[in-house]
Design a protein around this ligand. Structure first.
Ligand SMILES: [Zn+2]
Length: 293
């Protein structure tokens, strides 16, 4: 059976086509002229038609309700309000699954990545924002409305720093690329990209290392909260910051172990994801493969 996993990003649509044992990956640029309602749906239809799949899963950076409507996507405004599931099913006449990219990414790690065999798996994606997804006993935790696990917007500092969501003190306001950049700016008075701060930290720059200490402190509290609520066996971190600065992992493990109740800490493994920037596509593929409409 030909199954397609699609991840819609800011500039690319990332596709994995699985046909038996053969797996093909492709990145397709989203041109500016299709970035509007109506045109984007047609673009997705044409893109998918080329592969003639029998099932399709689609991961989107946003909130997707149970009917398939993308209700909220702060970084891809032109997909807000559209129902890709219904639109594509009408034209393709095949099962289409649309869901949140962080949830699908967690499922991708569960089926194809570093979360195989995990009973309670939590995945955090540290990038521009902080995304979260959970898989318990092989099922994605979606919540009643499909919006569960907005881990990045748990408030860990009441009245704290401003988050991109408009609230103050969210975990994301500290543990994200813009969070790291702000921390560094407050320490050094200088503006650097998270990419450069990582480079400086690797070179031993004391201000960059101090910035990471603060970053890791907040992340530790976030992981501790997750451990206290879910008692998971695995927390996986992925995204550009972790991929480029894996040095943060040993420190994080040490602090989490120190501040978390011993019982949940004992059975918790903190590690990095395996699928990198393809986790959303793998997750979409896995959802389509393992679910019936
Ligand atoms: Zn927030």
């Amino acid at each position: 059976m030909k199954v397609l996993g699609v991840d819609i990003g800011g500039t690319f649509v990332k596709i994995i086509l699985k046909d038996g044992d053969s797996v093909v990956k492709e990145k397709i640029a989203i041109s500016e002229d299709v970035k509007e309602k109506g045109k984007f749906e047609k673009f997705m239809l044409d893109t998918i038609l080329k592969y003639s799949p029998q099932k399709v899963g689609i991961a989107v950076a946003g909130l997707v309700n149970k009917e398939g409507v993308i209700t909220n996507s702060p970084n891809l405004r032109y997909i807000e309000g559209i129902n890709l599931k219904v639109y594509l099913q009408n034209y393709l006449n095949i099962p289409v699954f649309v869901g949140n990219d962080a949830n699908f990414a967690a499922y991708g790690e569960y089926i194809y990545g570093n979360g195989k065999g995990s009973k309670i798996l939590i995945c955090l994606t540290l990038g521009t924002g902080l995304g979260g997804g959970t898989v318990i006993d092989g099922r994605i935790v979606e919540g009643v409305s499909g919006s569960a696990m907005e881990i990045g917007h748990m408030i860990i500092e009441k009245g704290g720093k401003l988050c991109n969501c408009g609230r103050r003190g969210c975990l994301e306001a500290y543990v994200s690329s813009y969070g790291l950049e702000r921390i560094y700016r407050e320490i050094s008075g200088e503006d650097f990209s998270s990419f450069d701060i990582i480079k400086l930290a690797k070179e031993g720059d004391i201000k960059a290392l101090n910035s990471f200490d603060i970053f890791i402190d907040y992340l530790s509290v976030g992981v501790m909260n997750i451990a206290h609520i879910f008692n998971p066996d695995k927390v996986l971190l992925s995204g550009g910051i972790v991929e480029n600065y894996p040095q943060l992992l040993p420190k994080l493990r040490k602090i989490v172990k120190r501040i978390t109740f011993p019982l949940p800490a004992k059975d918790l493994t903190i590690d990095s994801g395996l699928l990198g920037s393809w986790s959303g596509s793998y997750g979409a593929l896995a959802v389509a493969e393992n679910h019936s409409s």
